[in-house]
Design a protein around this ligand. Structure first.
Ligand code: SAH
Ligand code: SF4
Ligand code: F3S
Length: 442
């Protein structure tokens, strides 16, 4: 019987996809997946350190393994991801959890197999973290469990050093994948029947700016969208300092590209944006939205917002509220600023008290949700195209998303997972739509 693996993932889409690569490595070594952690022979924690609560979450879950490891000493406990790349964190992990067998980082994923083999030979704990990124690791086939969606990295790392953010410290400098590797991967995915491809990078608009690809992001997007087949194309994340009309023109050329842009604004106040080192103004941001909607009036925008950044006054916060009202985001991820060791903002005076942060986040969430609900109501009675992603056996309903990321639920006699379906919306509930199946695209 083959040995079993279990992966616990924290953090962003990038990490979710990295876990698919980790799974790919483990499958190639002969391991099989198990959803039950108690059954596993190897457990991998793919960690995140973007905010303190992400770290606490991982600390809690790793700590909870102590008992299992005692009962089953042959169990391999592996910790990877962004936390291990954080300065001093591997030491903390080592001390807190002496039962960890292997630690690796985001910059040496290609070493995982060798590290596992090494650990199986030695009793000693194996720790290998690289400080700087090497060649891009192409020699891995991700084990995807996200059908009909697939994520494809176009680049790694980040050069932007937004003053609050730890990503550039734990993911290294920006590296772009070669266009031919990206295109080949997407071609294969489409051939295999994947229906939604999302191109991933911390700042996709600066694709190729390391001068190694001979292509800009809009050119790459054009090339990927030109691949034949019936699929949707998304990209994430755009940085407002680099988002531009060339990209929107490519969106206009290809109906495959979803008219939804994730454009994190972070704050509506120019003073805060400057202190965050975001390198755009509120006005530039609003101009970009205007430009996008001049091409597609129906275009939707989602965003990320941080409240309680050091020095943020009530006035600054209200500027964020007013920007939210002006743009009418389809949805927004809202965060309370979390101090990250080693970042510029962590040394700034005027850190905001917790009660003020809490008050602001509560007001903001309410405002953002009001727009999301208002947008939902517009769907009533309309027909939308949903890509069916899965079946919810508890609710007895199939579900999937429309072009703008709205979740739609419906009844179907046939299994329609992986198909585009037309849904007539008969009920709206907060952010979800319910509808009657009108047509299935074969
Ligand atoms: N590269 C993307 C996203 C990076 S992380 C971008 O530039 O937009 C996702 C989100 O986490 C960020 O957009 C930001 O809103 C949030 N974030 C990052 N660091 C944070 C911190 N220290 N505290 C709170 N939120 C943070
Ligand atoms: Fe962090 Fe800014 Fe880079 Fe995004 S662009 S990952 S927020 S430093
Ligand atoms: Fe992502 Fe968290 Fe790392 S948000 S890049 S997994 S710090």
């Amino acid at each position: 019987m083959s040995e079993k693996y279990h992966i616990v993932t924290y953090g962003c889409q990038m990490n979710v996809h990295e876990s698919e690569k980790i799974a790919g490595i483990l499958c190639a070594m002969g391991y099989e997946e198990t959803r039950r952690i108690e059954e596993a022979d190897i457990i991998v924690f793919n960690t995140c350190c973007i905010r303190e609560n992400a770290e606490n979450h991982a600390f809690g879950n790793i700590g909870a393994l102590k008992k299992l490891k005692k009962q089953k000493p042959s169990l391999l406990v592996v910790v990877g991801g962004c936390m291990t790349q954080e300065k001093g964190k591997t030491e903390v992990l080592k001390q807190k959890f002496p039962f960890i067998d292997i630690m690796f980082g985001t910059l040496n994923l290609e070493r995982l197999e060798a590290l596992i083999k090494q650990k199986k030979k030695e009793r000693k704990r194996v720790v290998e973290i690289r400080e700087e990124a090497g060649e891009i690791f192409e020699d891995v086939t991700p084990f995807r469990t996200s059908y009909p969606n697939a994520w494809v990295n176009i680049m790694y790392g980040c050069n932007n050093f937004c003053s609050y953010c730890i990503v550039p410290y734990v993911r290294g400098r920006e590296r772009s994948r070669k266009p031919e590797n990206i295109i080949r991967e997407v071609q294969n995915l489409v051939k295999e029947g994947y229906k939604e491809i999302t191109l991933l990078g911390q700042n996709v608009n600066s694709y190729g700016s390391d001068g190694t690809t001979g292509m800009t992001f809009s050119e790459l997007l054009d090339a990927v969208a030109s691949i034949e087949g019936d699929f949707r194309l998304r990209f994430m994340t755009s940085h407002p300092k680099d988002f531009n009309e060339d990209v929107v023109k490519v969106m206009q050329k290809h109906r495959k590209i979803c008219r939804l842009v994730h454009l994190p604004v972070q704050s509506g106040s120019n003073t805060v944006l400057q202190a965050m080192n975001r390198r755009y103004t509120r006005e530039k941001y609003l101009d970009e939205i205007k430009m996008l909607r001049s091409y597609f009036p129906e275009a939707e925008v989602t965003t990320d917002i941080i409240v309680g950044f050091p020095g943020e006054t009530e006035e600054d916060y209200l500027q964020t509220e007013s920007l939210v009202k002006e743009v009418e985001f389809a949805s927004a991820f809202t965060f309370v600023y979390s101090k990250r060791q080693g970042t510029k903002a962590s040394t700034m005076d005027a850190q905001i008290p917790e009660d003020v942060q809490k008050d602001r986040i509560m007001r903001l969430v309410e405002l953002v949700n009001a727009f999301t609900r208002k947008k939902s109501e517009k769907y009533m009675g309309k027909t939308v195209e949903i890509l069916c992603e899965d079946y919810d056996s508890k609710k007895n309903l199939y579900f999937g998303r429309d072009e703008f990321g709205r979740m739609g639920y419906f009844i179907s006699e046939k299994n329609v997972i992986g198909k585009f379906v037309q849904l007539k919306v008969t009920k709206v509930n907060g952010i979800s739509l319910f509808g009657e199946l009108e047509k299935v695209k074969e």
